[in-house]
Design a protein around this ligand. Structure first.
Ligand code: ZN
Length: 407
């Protein structure tokens, strides 16, 4: 039987980078190939109902329960990787890590130092998997995939552990924010689920941002500058005035914890035409709605001031704080906390300053918090994973399944 480490190495070596500019599902052909391979692997491993759904890109499978009357639960991970070099990934395995700086690439002098990444100091003695300094690793989220498979294989091989039906789902395009949009929650049909897409040991997350995007169309008046007096309206000036009406400290670079923000993510102006894009983030629903209203108010105020429709705001909601769903039924959180405590893992519960696939899936009716995987430094060349923590994640999944059946 292939070990967790070998499966992980085999999976991360396959380039599954997603592509925001693509309109297909999955967004890249590499991902389709990976999904088909994964489907075959799950069949070969003896799981039931193994399906690759070519409409939404999800690979799903079931480990049938060995006890009656337990509602199914699920585990979810994404198989795409972030927008960073993923060609020819060469994972390095460091056994019994000595707690010192790690030379990722001697030839190009790429070193991962404990000064830059002090979390490494906690991993002395662990087996680490790193990159060769030229690509990302893809532990985000192939660590999640192999942990789910490993845990379900463990349950399958250990009939003394009683569990209900356990469902797994592996999806595309999480990194470009689309993966879960087409997730078939009805077919998945579990009481609750978990994404395995966190990082450090003990992480358990069930609060995310509420998220929206705003596009502001600017219309000015262009005339020859020499004869522009009382006629020209320059959209660059309008844009600056619009932004100046927002609280200047409520931006990503000056906020943390539960503080929300406006991010002016792009701005392009000529004299007569311009466009600004903002993203709005807030954990608190009321504050989130107020932020959206603020952009509309800015436009209204400035349009009134100039007596012309210079500003047109279009708002798009992106995802919502899953806490709104989960706090109505905290079983999924309580069981995960109990599982970690039983395994002597200290739970680290914190609000995510972002979203997960679970933010969308929770609002489809399946409460879906997020668990740690043992990866770190995602989306870049310093990404690595601890095999020891990956094994702890496997244990947590097994214990959750056991506790759920026993409860
Ligand atoms: Zn991820």
């Amino acid at each position: 039987m292939e070990t967790l480490l070998n499966r992980f190495i085999r999976y991360v070596k396959i380039n599954t980078r997603s592509d925001e500019s693509s309109t297909t599902v999955p967004s890249t052909a590499n991902q389709v190939e990976f999904a088909k391979m994964l489907t075959q692997d799950l069949k070969d491993l003896g799981f039931s109902d193994v399906v690759y759904n070519s409409t939404n890109g999800f690979v799903t499978a079931t480990l049938p329960g060995n006890v009656q009357g337990v509602a199914p639960i699920g585990f979810i991970a994404h198989y795409d990787t972030a927008d960073f070099n993923s060609e020819n990934i060469q994972p390095q395995v460091i056994e019994n890590y000595n707690g010192k700086d790690i030379v990722l690439n001697a030839r190009e002098n790429i070193v991962m130092t404990t000064t830059m990444f002090p979390d490494l100091l906690d991993l002395k003695g662990h087996t680490l998997i790193t990159t060769d300094g030229t690509t990302l690793l893809g532990a985000d989220d192939k660590a999640g995939i192999v942990e789910i498979i490993e845990a379900l294989l463990k349950l399958k091989a250990t009939p003394s552990i009683k569990h209900g039906d356990i469902r797994m789902a592996f999806g595309p395009d999480e990194e470009i924010g689309r993966g879960a949009n087409l997730f078939d929650a009805k077919a998945f049909n579990t009481a609750f689920a978990y994404t395995l897409d966190g990082a450090t040991v003990g992480e358990l997350e069930y609060e995310t941002f509420n998220a929206a995007k705003a596009v502001i169309k600017l219309t000015g008046v262009s005339v020859h500058p020499g004869t522009a007096k009382n006629t020209m309206v320059n959209t660059a000036k309008l844009a600056m005035e619009f932004d100046a009406l927002l609280p200047q400290h409520e931006v990503p670079e000056h906020t943390e914890g539960y503080e929300g923000f406006y991010l002016l993510s792009s701005m392009k102006t000529e004299i007569e035409h311009g466009e600004m894009s903002y993203i709005i983030r807030d954990h608190d629903k009321a504050k989130f709605l107020k932020r959206k209203a603020q952009l509309l108010k800015n436009a209204e105020y400035l349009n009134d001031k100039y007596g012309a429709k210079h500003f047109e705001v279009t708002l798009f909601d992106q995802y919502y704080n899953m806490k709104e769903v989960i706090e109505k039924d905290m079983r999924c959180v309580d069981i995960a906390l109990k599982a970690m405590t039983n395994l002597k893992i200290t739970p680290v519960v914190k609000a995510i300053r972002g979203g997960t696939d679970g933010s969308k899936i929770s609002f489809m009716g399946i409460p879906t918090p997020n668990l740690f995987t043992g990866g770190a430094n995602y989306h870049g060349k310093y990404e690595y994973a601890s095999l020891n923590v990956m094994n702890q994640a496997v244990d947590v999944i097994v214990e959750i399944c056991r506790l759920h059946a026993a409860s």
